[in-house]
Design a protein around this ligand. Structure first.
Ligand code: UDP
Ligand code: LCN
Length: 811
């Protein structure tokens, strides 16, 4: 389809030659530049004024190409198009604007043309560094269908099933893997007695008959010795029923492997007991940290995840018939100057768990320990040393290697990849938000962003970690491969260039089966429906009443709600540009109908810009004050500073639901959007951005509504229409509220997540063994890239940030 599209282009251009000449001369008329889709369309509109003619041109194959064009690179007389004809699938074509000749070009050629605009000399340098991680993927199976992206584990199971089938020799890798399983040196599942596939198969038949004849509640200890004589160790199950089920799964897998059995068998294997989760940048704590700069959903996501993982691990270990205590360590940075939080404590047990802890390791340099919080954009120089110190700490505390390492966000993923490399452990990475797609042209214009954002380090760290990972977990499909119109976060790392640094022709392939979607949930003991009257946290009511309705303007809230009979539209987030709280305030300010129908309540940030430590937050806070004045919002708006008590926040969502209000998530881009599922868990109808994860969480018009953050007028009206409709049809609000809850229970709970995560971890643990040679080859390339690129850039950054205060070490 892709090549057919491109092949049809010369003909299409010829047919509309007159119009095309005009269009292309407009494209090239302003000299070398990048043009985005919208921009191309505007120029076409100007070049072909007659609407009928324009429609005719755009209906043909030319229209198809243009509608899938993400951007065009104009370097007169050439215009090159980057055409995304399907998620994850790009082709590049170059048209000569003078004679309209067309050529298909490679990613390298396209990127070099693009570099001409920003750094001509570098573009012409034959030896400029070009990075191609795809060169190592020759033996790895790849998905073919866009619709399969993110379903890695099922694909891998199918592939493994076919690889292991045939004669007993083909199943040998599985046997060898089972022979390696142990916990602290004690064999699990099988021992050396069963050192051939045939012996294993025969023993399984005998053992299964024996175990099936046992009474249902016979304890494992009763038949343990008999099984041991045949070569079976612990780990098969805690009851005769479980043991024989697991044995049957393996027997069937050895007889004729099928993916369903294979997946089920791997979910039973006792391979994960100790887990390390890296979330490096601060503030990471259990209380008083949310809403601080850079500290948002990632912290919530990890703490809730740990609880769910521990619960699931305990259940699985019990069902495996083992008496082992799992351990989960969340490793973050220790911040001596903790600003009233517990981020200066080295070890902190995680609330509501029995075997999980936060471990804090400081950032050290030759001069000492870094005392303050620093922005996530500035921490790259500290990561290598942190990884070394953290690895040592983990080994000391766990007394053993972890079985699974998970990274979070760029910094955590890089550190996780270094640690996993060192210890030889299965690695999963999670990105929460890759910054690359958040800022337009952040790759080609990296030099402009460098001083503030250090994208040279960040993007380098990202591609290192995503290539090193055995599996990547994402919350949504969009995160990987975007939507029809917008490329996904990972997809944007397929081919890009940072002129002067390096050009990436294959950074990551979204068809790689390492990608898996596992959506998070929200803690349902905190976020539950407003209708669960008996459970409600009524003790918070006076405080919430004060927060929402008192007239006082102070450090905690400004503005007031004059008419408290009106429903409330509510939003809560960190205050940064991308969260777009100022956008929501402006849409509300401008829309009289909406203002008449509802009040607006915002929770986030601090109210005094001079109290913020974050550059971007400061500007947004100032903008909020300007907007409140400009639209005379006092009387209709209440702006409350960041709230860090989760239980009270849970009750706040429910109090908003009591007013028959709604939650609005207006972000310019949202990777997932935990607040969206928190609100939905409380039964609060939700309007959330179409840009990113919420587009998948909500089924528009059924379990909530999508809004376009780039079209404030339309969005304001959409919300107003909803409230008018609620006035006309009394059941409408409840209908949306109930559908939100159904959606959550079906797809977005932590228990679903934990089961999936452990199955993924266990399957890829075997897959990395099966795929060892290729993995090692790629790792060598990653090592080189880390050493020659990342380290150098991070070192340059370190020199520039020398003035940061450090506490001299006393050791
Ligand atoms: N949050 C909070 N208080 C605030 C702002 C946010 O407790 O003042 C919480 C919110 O309830 C959610 C998390 O922080 O659990 C934000 O996660 P989300 O995924 O919405 O955004 P992120 O900040 O991770 O980009
Ligand atoms: C970071 C984000 O920006 C959010 O979109 C996510 O919900 C959060 O992390 C948790 O993954």
């Amino acid at each position: 389809m892709a090549s057919a599209l491109v092949e049809s282009m010369p003909d299409a251009l010829r047919q509309s030659r007159y119009h095309m000449k005009r269009c292309f001369s407009r494209f090239t008329g302003m000299g070398a530049r990048l043009m985005k889709h919208q921009h191309l369309m505007e120029e076409i509109e100007k070049a072909i004024e007659d609407k009928l003619e324009r429609v005719k041109v755009l209906e043909g194959s030319l229209g198809q190409i243009l509608s899938s064009t993400q951007e065009a690179t104009v370097v007169p007389p050439y215009v090159a198009f980057s055409v995304r004809h399907n998620p994850g699938c790009f082709v590049y074509v170059k048209v000569n604007a003078e004679d309209l000749s067309v050529n298909s070009i490679t990613a390298t050629e396209y990127l070099r043309l693009k570099e001409m605009i920003f750094d001509e000399n570098w573009s012409k340098d034959e030896n400029a560094l070009e990075v191609d991680f795809g060169a190592f993927d020759f033996g790895t199976p790849q998905l073919a269908l866009s619709s399969s992206i993110g379903k890695g584990v099922s694909f891998i199971s199918k592939f493994m099933a076919s690889k292991l089938s045939g004669d007993p020799e083909s199943a040998k890798p599985l046997l060898e893997y089972l022979l390696t399983l142990n916990h602290q040196g004690e064999n699990l599942m099988i021992n050396e007695t069963l050192n051939t596939v045939t012996k294993l198969q025969t023993a399984l038949i005998v053992a299964e008959v024996f175990v099936s004849a046992m009474l249902k509640d016979t304890p494992y200890q009763i038949f343990e010795n008999k099984l041991k004589e045949w070569g079976f160790e612990k780990g098969w199950g805690d009851t005769p029923e479980k043991v024989s089920e697991t044995m049957r799964m393996l027997s069937e897998t050895l007889q004729a492997p099928d993916p369903v059995n294979m997946e089920a068998f791997f979910s039973r294997l006792p391979v994960i007991f100790n887990v390390v989760i890296f979330s490096v940048h601060g503030y990471f704590g259990q209380s008083d940290v949310l809403g601080l700069p850079d500290t948002g959903g990632q912290v919530v996501y990890i703490l809730d995840q740990v609880k769910a993982l521990e619960e699931e691990l305990l259940l699985r270990i019990k069902q495996q018939g083992l008496n082992v205590k799992p351990q989960i360590l969340v490793v973050t940075r220790l911040i001596p100057d903790a600003q009233g939080t517990k981020c200066n404590q080295e070890i902190e047990p995680i609330i509501n768990t029995s075997h999980s802890h936060i471990v804090r390791v400081p950032f050290r340099t030759e001069k000492g320990v870094l005392s303050q919080w620093i922005s996530r954009f500035d921490i790259y120089p500290y990561l290598e040393r942190f990884a070394q110190d953290a690895t040592a700490k983990v080994l000391e505390l766990m007394k053993d290697k972890p079985d699974l390492i998970l990274g979070n966000y760029t910094d955590g993923n890089l550190v996780a990849s270094l640690t996993a490399r060192k210890l030889g452990v299965t690695l999963g990475t999670i990105a929460h938000a890759l910054e690359k797609t958040k800022y337009e042209d952040s790759d080609v214009k990296w030099k402009e962003f460098e001083q503030k954002h250090h994208f040279s380090c960040q993007f380098t760290a990202d591609i290192i970690a995503m290539n090193a990972a055995d599996f990547v977990v994402t919350s949504t499909f969009q995160e990987i491969a975007g939507s029809e119109t917008r490329p996904g976060q990972y997809e944007s790392h397929m081919a890009f260039t940072m002129p002067g640094l390096y050009r990436v022709v294959s950074g990551i392939n979204v068809f790689d089966p390492k990608f898996n979607i596992a959506a998070p949930g929200a803690d349902q003991s905190v976020y539950f429906p407003f209708t669960d009257k008996n459970k409600r946290f009524t003790s918070f009511r006076p405080a919430i009443e004060e927060l929402l309705y008192s007239k006082a303007n102070n450090d905690e809230h400004i503005g007031f709600l004059a008419d408290r009979k009106k429903p409330i539209i509510f939003s809560m987030s960190r205050i940064d540009v991308v969260k777009n709280i100022t956008g929501l305030t402006e849409w509300y300010g401008k829309n009289k109908r909406l203002r008449d129908l509802v009040n607006l309540v915002i929770v986030g940030g601090c109210l005094d810009p001079s109290k913020s430590k974050d550059r971007e937050e400061m500007d947004e806070i100032k903008k909020m004050h300007v907007l409140i004045e400009k639209y005379q919002l006092k009387g209709q708006i209440r702006w409350i500073a960041a709230q860090t008590d989760r239980n009270r926040n849970g009750e706040l969502y429910r109090c908003i639901a009591d007013t028959k209000g709604a939650f609005v998530q207006p972000a310019l881009y949202e990777a997932f959007g935990l607040t969206v599922i928190e609100a939905m868990n409380c039964g609060l109808p939700t309007f959330a951005t179409i840009q990113g994860g919420p587009a998948e969480i909500i089924v528009h018009g059924i379990s909530g509504f999508h809004i376009d953050p780039y079209n404030g007028d339309e969005t304001g009206n959409k919300i107003a229409d909803f409230f008018e409709k609620c006035k006309r049809y009394s059941g409408y609000w409840n209908r949306i509220s109930e559908a939100s809850l159904r959606r959550i229970y079906e797809c977005y709970t932590w228990n679903i997540f934990a089961k999936r995560m452990l199955n993924i971890g266990s399957t890829y643990g075997f897959w990395r063994q099966l795929n060892k040679e290729q993995k090692n080859a790629k790792q060598r390339y990653i090592d080189l890239f880390y050493n020659q690129q990342f380290r150098q850039i991070a070192q340059d950054m370190a020199i520039k940030s020398e003035e940061i205060e450090q506490i001299p070490t006393t050791e």
